[in-house]
Design a protein around this ligand. Structure first.
Ligand code: KG4
Ligand code: ZN
Length: 340
């Protein structure tokens, strides 16, 4: 039997400063997240410069708390893992510098992790039986990817967004109807009071790849609808707009995900990323999976949005393959999935 592997993981790619201790990739011993959302809300979105500065302020404290909550010390760790891309370069650098310093001082191996690989691996935490191969729909603020997880750490990107990410569309539409940042959870909540059939928004198809997505047309349609109403002096129903927009996004996500699972002869679908915590998306996906005999996996909301436990989960499977980074590990803001 393999020795237990305990990993201290750090995540700072956007606006959450996070650290976690994870055993054998699936058991979370601590998961500390310091969110900057309130600070960025003042500006209507993430301000990179402020994010970097806040990460510097918080990171030591967050790491200490993660170790304390796990009732462990640095010496108990088998490796130090960190997100090194993609993300905001200044924000990533804070986590990478912290992880390098800790790993060097404590003489532990350093493992750089791809942020999206982390999101996908969040599914391993609460679904102990989930193993590749499976299809994963990654929907976050910066990414919309339909991925075939062929094996641990082996990914084939089937489709991606051609323009806005799903979360970005949620955030922009939320702003247009006056809900503020971050828009996703607010649109999710308001949609429950609206009629998803009230307004027919277009479902964008991308001609040359059935798995690709496009959300900028939908976003423009929502903005045009609001402008049109204002010009005609018609009062807009924000809940109906939120529900109808959300339905248009979800319909496309479900359709593409079902097609990918069927085309690749798979029977497992996982979802990941901040938008994967959307209650209507989870319901719609669950229903579609049930109707098609597909097993559906999703992380709890706390593991959908940015966190370090997911980085610890991904890092474990990297260590099993012998992946280890040198002291020259750098932040790579546009790191591609599958690159090392
Ligand atoms: O994965 P994440 O925390 O950060 C990135 O890696 O981008 O995703 C953040 C995104 C934001 O756009 C946020 O509005 C969206 O996820 N989001 C949601 C919900 N919760 C967060 N979108 C729709 N419904 C939600 N409940
Ligand atoms: Zn993320």
């Amino acid at each position: 039997m393999e020795k237990n592997k305990v990993i201290l993981a750090i995540e700072s790619s956007c606006d959450e400063t996070a650290a976690a201790v994870v055993r054998n990739g699936r058991e979370v011993l601590s998961n500390v997240i310091s969110s900057q959302i309130e600070l960025h809300t003042l500006y209507g979105g993430v301000v990179p410069e402020i994010a970097s500065r806040k990460h510097i302020e918080k990171i030591n404290q967050v790491v200490e708390e993660a170790l304390k909550e796990a009732n462990m010390t640095l010496q108990d760790m088998d490796a130090i893992a960190v997100t090194y891309g993609p993300g905001l370069v200044g924000a990533l650098l804070v986590g990478v510098a912290e992880a390098k310093a800790i790993a060097f001082a404590a003489e532990k191996p350093l493992i750089g992790v791809h942020h999206i690989e982390g999101h996908i691996s969040a599914n391993y935490i609460e679904n102990k039986e989930l193993e590749p191969p499976f299809i994963c729909l990654v929907v976050s603020g910066g990414h919309t990817h339909l991925v075939r997880v062929a094996d641990y750490g082996v990914y084939e990107i089937l489709g991606r967004t051609r323009d806005d990410a799903a979360g970005e569309a949620f955030d922009k539409v939320a702003r247009a109807i006056g809900l503020g940042y971050p828009g996703g959870p607010k649109v999710d909540k308001l949609s429950k009071e609206g009629d998803p059939q009230a307004i027919k928004f277009p479902k964008a198809k991308v001609a040359d790849n059935a798995y690709d997505f496009s959300f900028s047309g939908l976003k423009s349609a929502v903005l045009n609808y609001i402008n049109g109403c204002q010009m005609k002096g018609i009062e807009i129903n924000r809940a109906d707009i939120a529900a109808s927009f959300q339905k248009a996004v979800i319909d496309v996500l479900v359709e593409h995900a079902m097609k990918a699972v069927k085309d690749f002869g798979n029977d497992k679908l996982a979802i990941a990323g901040g938008v994967a915590s959307n209650s209507s998306l989870r319901q719609a996906m669950e229903q579609a999976c049930r109707e098609n005999g597909i097993k559906f996996y999703h992380p709890s909301p706390i593991y959908c949005t940015d966190n370090a436990a997911m980085i610890g989960a991904a890092a474990y499977y990297e260590t099993l393959k012998g992946v280890e980074h040198g002291w020259d590990l750098n932040a790579v803001p546009n790191l591609k999935l599958g690159e090392r």
